[in-house]
Design a protein around this ligand. Sequence first.
Ligand code: SAH
Length: 522
Amino acid sequence: MAENAHTQPCADADDLPELSSGDSDDDQEQWQSMEEDSQPVVTCLFCDRFQNSVTETLQHCSSEHHVNLIDVINKFNLDDYGYIKLINFIRSTKCDPSHLMAQPDGPLQWESEDFLRPVIQDDPLLQIDLTDLCGNEGKVESTSGPSVDDADYNSLLLRTTMAEEAMAQNVETIQKLQLLLHHLVLREEPPGSSTKVSSITELRADEDDAYFSSYGHYAIHEEMLKDKVRTETYRDFMYKNPELFKDKVVLDVGCGTCILSMFAARAGAKKVIAVDQSDIIYQAMDIVRSNKLEDKITCIKGRIEDINLPVEKVDIIISEWMGYFLLFESMLDSVFVARDLYLDDGGSVYPDLCNLSLAAVGDKQKHQESIAFWDDVYGFKMSCMKKFVGTEAVVEVLSADTLISEPTVVQTFDCNKMRLSELEFSSNFCLKITNTTDCTAIVGYFDVFFDKNCCKKVMFSTGPQATKTHWKQTVFQLAKPFPVQAGEELRGKITVCKNKKDPRSLCVTFELRDKKLTYSVM
Ligand code: SAH
């Protein structure tokens, strides 16, 4: 394929935030900070202040914002649903406290079912029992002055404490899940478990919770949106090929913030169905409304595998499913499910083609540093850590001048034709060595093409020669480097499989110079 025929947008490398390189210290910190973060804190309904408990929050709302939540509940005779809607209404509209009690006659401002969706994930104010809160005509300090009698106040305190204890138990459950995930990631058998899964389509929803909750956080979407190479290529594909989109029905698999859905709508699509299982979908709904695209874009929360679409067939499927080393995360499995269920004859999935490539790397200094480093860490020997070099792939940006071979494509993925089973594969490769030196690593990366039926074809590369993306490159360090000669053909075989116990991560095996080297990509 003529690369000149494709446009490649340029990104300022500094625009891209750093990603974790999979370093074990970082992981440790991440686990620690996840544990610290799990302390319950309650965000005020009307300002950005945090309190340590629901009770303190109610007191704060009363004293600082002159809103007695229980008065509001009683005044409007709210049931559980009414209360949930009220909380989400206040949080999503950031309404002025004085407007709450001054509700005009007619339907309540928070009547809409939309307000059943939590604005804050695991909002502690939504975890309390309304009967506990108001059952005793409970009164926190009223806006018009202290009117709490001690017995009522103590009883309210007791009940909110009980609710907080229940929440603490939830936190414990979450921590257990995190531990389970940790076991899965380390490929250990979790205690008491004998289940084995090999495809994400076989995963239970609760097993996949951690994956989707990671996408519920805004930061991961910020990182993707700020990756201009990625986002501008999707945009250029849609804006520069409006004839493809005119009056078409489009499905966005894993819509996130709905950025791709909005590009599609602007490119002329008649209808866009945007699906995401993570809680980011609630922000997507807001984003779509803010851009007045709600008549074109329908957001649906759910796994594409589990939901029913409001249409039988779609003309185009768009998705940004690529993970590290292309296949990490296994989201392409879900795109194939969507394609097989919903894509109309003659329709197309975009991007339609991806190439996975390898090249040889010669960087003795880096290799030396990553091995020798463990011999003396602040005056301590940690040599046992060296055994991990050569078992885990590292996601990092590689300098193009460390390449010592021409790159070679080891697999092409045609997203319109391939079957699920082909996502695990073996491929022989031959690397034409360009420098006489030691080969210290193999680097992997991918290129993405928007090609089929496009008047204006576009592509981007995540290779070391191209502008940096958030996918960086995937580096497989060799535990034992070996010498190579310029002009030599380094032949090998790569096998890519899903990790049997954690099908979102990968096992990559290289057969090189009579050795078998197995790495995990996670
Ligand atoms: N399209 C957005 C987000 C891409 S990230 C963008 O380009 O910025 C991938 C998104 O797909 C995540 O938000 C994740 O929650 C969602 N996702 C992954 N697998 C899914 C599935 N099987 N069903 C629904 N959503 C899925």
